[in-house]
Design a protein around this ligand. Structure first.
Ligand code: NDP
Length: 332
């Protein structure tokens, strides 16, 4: 079986030399364990943080050991009564062809409902992040004006579409190219802008018009766009702090936001969150999302890269914005 190991820790932007494809011997199955042939694996921005040797909410990846992360695969051998051969499961041992794990560390999914990769994106961690961040963390309510950054990405595209489905007055998205902006409008966003085209604050003011602001900002990127959002928030606006990808690869402290103190007068709520703390919403979310996908309310875009050997490149390109929707690596 093959796996991708962390060969060295990236300094700034990750490069192919930080990764190594290695052949390994699979261990024998112990009692209660399953052998899974991975069908698809996730590459996620949070993995960048785990490549640094710093204490965070997740332990850093070890050097010269396989990386891990969300994956979906088929059970090909089982020594557990909980799972049988042919079951399709989501688990945490991506970045390898085959995974050996306790059956209890896997979640069975229904392959007749959606393609396996959907359980890494719209119907998985990504979708739940969008749903929990919007409905609970940002306390979204119908009639809100919503701004989401990283809007053409996995989480962001779900946030915008779910906000529309739940009755947002207006949904504004930002993304890194003209193609992505056009795509957001196709997805039903009311307005969108390319953050490379000028200061985000100016773009937002232009879209909103005089006297209007945003009630909810779903922040995937931090930095300048967070500062811009704070500047145009309505009183009592809520910011769900989901991610800060604009600073993940920088070696210096961010220079924005510089206007945090205005959150006081506006009585804003800025609330960071981790999807793992909102698993209690998983059932409600899965039911709603399945309905929205089935009736076309929500479109789940994917950018697919084939082959385990290409996973490092997929990760590097994700950080650079090569993806529209969820970046997944399929293992044919
Ligand atoms: P995406 O699919 O959104 O992929 C990352 C995107 O970030 C790229 O496509 C790129 O799009 C954009 N990007 C890269 N650099 C910058 C930059 N400097 N400024 C603005 N945008 C940039 O990834 P995910 O949907 O998986 O994740 C989105 C965010 O949510 C991340 O910050 C991630 O860490 C966070 N997250 C947090 C979770 C939590 O529990 N809190 C759970 C899951 C994700 P573009 O072309 O538009 O630049």
């Amino acid at each position: 079986s093959r796996e991708i190991q962390l060969a060295s820790r990236p300094v700034g932007w990750p490069v192919p030399e930080n990764f190594r494809l290695t052949e390994v011997q699979l261990p024998e199955l112990a009692d209660g364990e399953i052998l899974v042939r991975n069908l698809a694996m996730s590459v996620d921005p949070y993995m960048r943080g785990r490549m640094n040797d710093v204490k965070s909410y997740r332990a850093p990846f070890a050097l010269d050991a396989a990386l891990d992360g969300g994956a979906v695969g088929e059970v090909v051998a089982s020594r557990s009564a909980e799972r049988k051969e042919g079951d399709v499961v989501v688990h945490g041992l991506g970045w390898r062809d085959y995974a050996v794990l306790p059956a209890t560390s896997s979640k069975k999914v229904d392959p007749s409902l959606a393609a396996p990769s959907a359980y890494l994106g719209a119907l998985g961690m990504t979708g739940l992040t969008a749903y929990a961040g919007l409905t609970r963390v940002a306390a979204f309510k119908p009639g809100d004006t919503v701004f989401v950054s990283g809007a053409a990405g996995a989480v962001g595209s779900m946030v915008g579409q779910v906000a529309k489905a739940l009755g947002a007055a207006r949904v504004i998205g930002s993304a890194g190219s003209a193609e992505k902006v056009a795509h957001l409008l196709e997805l039903g966003f009311d307005a969108a802008f390319n953050y490379h085209d000028g200061p985000a604050k100016q773009k937002l003011r232009g879209i909103l018009g005089e006297g209007s602001g945003i009630d909810v900002y779903f922040d995937n990127v931090g930095g300048e766009q967070l500062e811009a959002a704070i500047a145009v928030m309505n009183p009592f606006g809520r910011i769900a702090m989901c991610g800060a990808i604009s600073v993940y690869n920088s070696t210096e402290a961010p220079s924005a936001p510089r206007n945090l103190a205005t959150a006081i007068g506006k009585q804003l709520t800025l609330r960071g969150f981790l999807v793992g703390a909102h698993q209690d919403l998983a059932g409600e979310f899965a039911q709603k999302m399945a309905g929205w996908l089935a009736d076309g309310t929500v479109q789940a875009d994917e950018t697919v890269v084939e082959g385990l050997e290409n996973a490092p490149q997929a990760f590097i390109e994700l950080m650079r914005g090569a993806n529209t929707g969820k970046m997944v690596v399929t293992l044919p």
